[in-house]
Design a protein around this ligand. Structure first.
Ligand SMILES: Nc1ncnc2c1ncn2[C@@H]1O[C@H](COP(=O)(O)OP(=O)(O)OP(=O)(O)O)[C@@H](O)[C@H]1O
Length: 283
């Protein structure tokens, strides 16, 4: 089924490039809609003629899936899709809620000067857990959780998940390896294994460590390439928990993160229990 176009491209004025991913470039933009100007983010999907037919098909499938999912989901911690347009080069454009504070990755590793408290970080992790709880309750899972796919809004107080091309319906026999090395659960990286929504809990554990330590997973190891990092994860190696430098009041977070990134999927807690546990601590 072709993608349904819901907005005119001439109503959109593209400004700065704010991010790039494997599927396209994201611009800050102004959109004239219902008699007023709205600040939005526009993700322009690349028409890559150099890739194979099977790659092209995969891109199309991911795009359709991303649009379908974003239209279906409605949650405070999931980025909103306002509409779909097509530019003069026939490229599909997603009109998204603009993240005024950029991505979590940008906050953690690029704008080094800005600091937030541990409680502020825990609030982000609760919001991320709530978004994942919602996806899992709706029989879908994200499969590519990483700080690049988490956006910050409202003076760094609100976190929302983005990039829904990999989001998938929960079936009994998911075996396609997808996601990003360094965050991917062992059962997802091992193409012969089956996996469930619990794979998101593994990635959540790695992101949790990254938020608390403000370091990239395996930043201090000799091994820098993503494939070797994933091999390390498969062999049971994990980021150094001491890097989080938490005082002993927060010892329970160490236990929680270690449970999340447990190799055995059935030992990991559900997103619901994580979200409820963290919320109780914060009240
Ligand atoms: N709504 C938004 N507001 C502000 N910045 C955004 C928004 N959406 C995406 N970005 C920025 O653009 C980057 C790329 O976006 P996105 O992850 O959706 O693209 P992608 O091509 O699907 O990436 P991937 O390679 O992970 O599949 C993000 O990491 C983020 O920095």
């Amino acid at each position: 089924m072709p993608v349904e176009i819901t907005a005119h491209f001439q109503d959109i004025q593209l400004n700065n490039l704010i991010g790039s991913g494997s599927y396209g470039d994201v611009y800050e933009a102004k959109w004239q809609t219902q008699g007023r100007e709205k600040c939005i983010a526009v993700k322009i999907i690349r028409n890559n003629s150099q890739v194979s037919e099977s790659e092209k098909k995969k891109c199309k499938d991911d795009l359709r899936r991303e649009i379908r999912n974003l239209q279906k989901f409605y949650h405070t911690n999931i980025v909103q899709l306002y509409g779909v347009s097509k530019d003069g080069n026939n490229r599909i454009c997603l009109l998204l809620e603009h993240a005024d504070c950029g991505s979590l990755h940008y906050f953690l590793h690029v704008t080094k000067k800005k600091k937030v408290t541990v409680v502020h970080k825990l609030n982000w992790m609760v919001q991320c857990a709530r978004a994942l709880e919602y996806l899992h309750k709706n029989k879908t899972f994200h499969r590519d959780l990483k700080p690049q796919n988490m956006l910050l809004y409202h003076n760094y107080c609100t976190l929302k998940l983005c990039d829904f091309g990999t989001v998938k319906q929960i079936r009994t026999n998911n075996t396609t390896g997808t996601g990003t090395y360094g965050y991917m659960a062992p059962e997802v990286a091992d193409a012969s294994s089956k996996y469930t929504e619990i794979c998101d809990v593994f990635s959540y554990g790695i992101v949790f460590w990254e938020v608390m330590s403000r370091k990239k997973p395996f930043y201090d190891s000799e091994i820098k390439d993503p494939i070797s990092i994933q091999k390390n994860l498969l062999q049971g190696k994990r980021p150094n928990i001491q890097d989080m430098k938490l005082n002993k009041d927060f010892n329970y977070l160490i236990k929680l993160i270690e449970l999340c990134w447990n190799t055995k999927a059935d030992m990991r807690p559900s997103m619901r229990s994580i979200a409820n546990g963290l919320t109780n601590i914060l009240i």
